[in-house]
Design a protein around this ligand. Structure first.
Ligand SMILES: Nc1nc2c(c(=O)[nH]1)N[C@H]1C(S)=C(S)[C@@H](COP(=O)(O)OP(=O)(O)OC[C@H]3O[C@@H](n4cnc5c(N)ncnc54)[C@H](O)[C@@H]3O)O[C@H]1N2
Ligand code: MOO
Length: 422
């Protein structure tokens, strides 16, 4: 019996060895061993770096009990006990930020205090200055105050000996401030993954040169540069390599010798000039090379020695989708960082969406929030895997899973907002 002919573009081909998306992602993650080497860095150069150890606070934060407002510090026991009664306290002195009032406040006394100033001994409550009248060295306070109000207790943000930030945390601007508040001038960070990337393709031209017939500008090295730089890895652009097996072999093996990860784009499909897979197979091992996703179906994942190799497809949006969905999680794991869960939200499709069953599709969309707070999503234009403009306009992926068919307006879909990872 003759074999049934299959369409080359079909993803439902029964002989198709394309891996389901989740399996591909899990297999890649399982192949990654996090880096362990650490280096000591001054605090200001540590932005975006991953902590090699827990940071334990050597002090209380705040370091002393202080006032949260400008006003008068007093004993709660002196506050009026009845709702209608006023009290009058003797103004004994002042406590300013940096110059505290050291004496004990006696019953019937209060002290002028500014925000952040040390709370004098004996005081446990602050009444804001707008709520008092001051005359001839006495302060009159009405009702409606609460014992302990407007006080920041020593150690209430962070007690001495507590873990301020855990190993694996990637430092953001707030963390730099937190570490500064603990008095840490430097931290131990994990070594950054060294990542090389290159383009393959004889049609590619650099920027600033006019295009000849059949030539295009190389955009993949720019999207990858941006995405890798944002991720905080150590980035090395190895340029464009010609579509020749010997040139690719030389480029891949040199890159693998000095990098933790090598990413190529182009040449992974079945065309006559697509040599990435065969070259990878001669230099190392291929884990798999076809995934049931769109865009990004041909993707050669493997190893050259200990180096992870990602042969991404050439189409510019396929590069971005496979990078964010498969490469980036692997790089986060390699860098020793605790991954942030990616939030997926349910949104109403604001237009029909084409979808073929049997593969996971990543469409480019924009989130809209209606007056009732309901989230909707529309597409940002043509969804071809070469159309970068619709990627550039997008603020989310619309993720249509394997078993889903075409989507009608008004149906629920899942969206992944870019703010979590792009
Ligand atoms: N007969 C088949 N043809 C194709 C299949 C298939 O299964 N059977 N798969 C298609 C899919 S899906 C994709 S994705 C592409 C992937 O092909 P390659 O990885 O071999 O990529 P190229 O052919 O080298 O390039 C594809 C496309 O992208 C442009 N490109 C490449 N590099 C860059 C770059 N650095 N900057 C901008 N644009 C780039 C290139 O000019 C092509 O237009 O294969 C399909 N074909
Ligand atoms: O799946 Mo390919 O990535 O359509 O372009």
């Amino acid at each position: 019996m003759n074999a049934r002919p299959t369409s080359p573009s079909s993803c439902q081909n029964p002989q198709d060895d394309a891996l389901p998306f989740e399996e591909a992602r899990d297999r890649i993650l399982a192949a990654v061993r996090p880096l362990e080497a650490a280096e000591r860095l001054p605090l200001r150069t540590a932005l975006g770096r991953v902590l090699a150890h827990d940071v334990v606070s050597a002090i209380d934060v705040p370091p002393y009990t202080n006032s949260a407002m400008d006003g008068y510090a007093l004993r709660a026991a002196d506050l009026p006990s009845h709702t209608t009664q006023n009290i009058s306290l003797r103004l004994a002195g002042q406590s300013l930020a940096g110059v505290g009032y050291r004496a004990e406040i006696a019953p019937g006394e209060c002290v002028r205090i500014t925000t952040g100033a040390l709370l004098p001994p004996g005081a446990d409550t602050v009444v804001i200055q707008e709520d008092v009248t001051v005359s001839e060295g006495r302060v009159t306070i009405g009702s409606g105050h609460r014992a302990g109000q407007n006080i920041r207790l020593a150690g209430e943000d962070l007690a001495r000996g507590a873990v301020a930030l855990p190993r694996g945390h990637r430092l953001n601007p707030a963390d730099l401030g937190l570490l500064a508040s603990l008095g840490c001038p430097e931290i131990d960070a994990l070594r950054r993954p060294r990542v090389a990337f290159l383009s393959t393709g004889d049609e590619l031209r650099g920027l600033g040169r006019p295009l000849g017939e059949g030539e295009i500008h190389d955009s993949n090295r720019y999207t990858l540069f941006g995405a890798l730089t944002r991720l905080g890895v150590d980035v090395h652009d190895l340029g464009v390599v010609p579509d020749r097996p010997d040139a690719l072999r030389e480029a891949f093996s040199t890159a693998a010798a000095t990098h933790d990860v090598v990413i190529s784009t182009g040449g992974v499909s079945v065309g006559d000039a697509d040599h990435t897979r065969e070259v990878l197979a001669t230099l190392g091992t291929i884990g798999f090379w076809r995934i049931a996703i769109r865009p990004g179906r041909p993707l050669a994942f493997g190893h050259i020695g200990d180096t992870l190799f990602f042969g991404l497809p050439g189409n510019p949006v396929a590069v971005m989708v496979t990078f964010y969905q498969l490469v980036q999680p692997a790089l986060v794991r390699l860098s020793g960082a605790t991954p942030n869960p990616r939030r997926q939200l349910r949104a109403r499709a604001l237009e029909p969406m084409r979808k073929r069953r049997g593969r996971t599709e990543f469409l480019r969309g924009q989130i809209e929030t209606g007056g009732d707070g309901e989230i909707g999503v529309h597409l940002t234009g043509a969804q071809g895997s070469g159309v970068l403009r619709s990627m550039s306009l997008a603020d989310c992926f619309v993720i249509l899973d394997n078993d889903r068919g075409p989507v009608d307006t008004g149906e629920w879909v899942m969206v992944e907002p870019f703010c979590d990872f792009v």
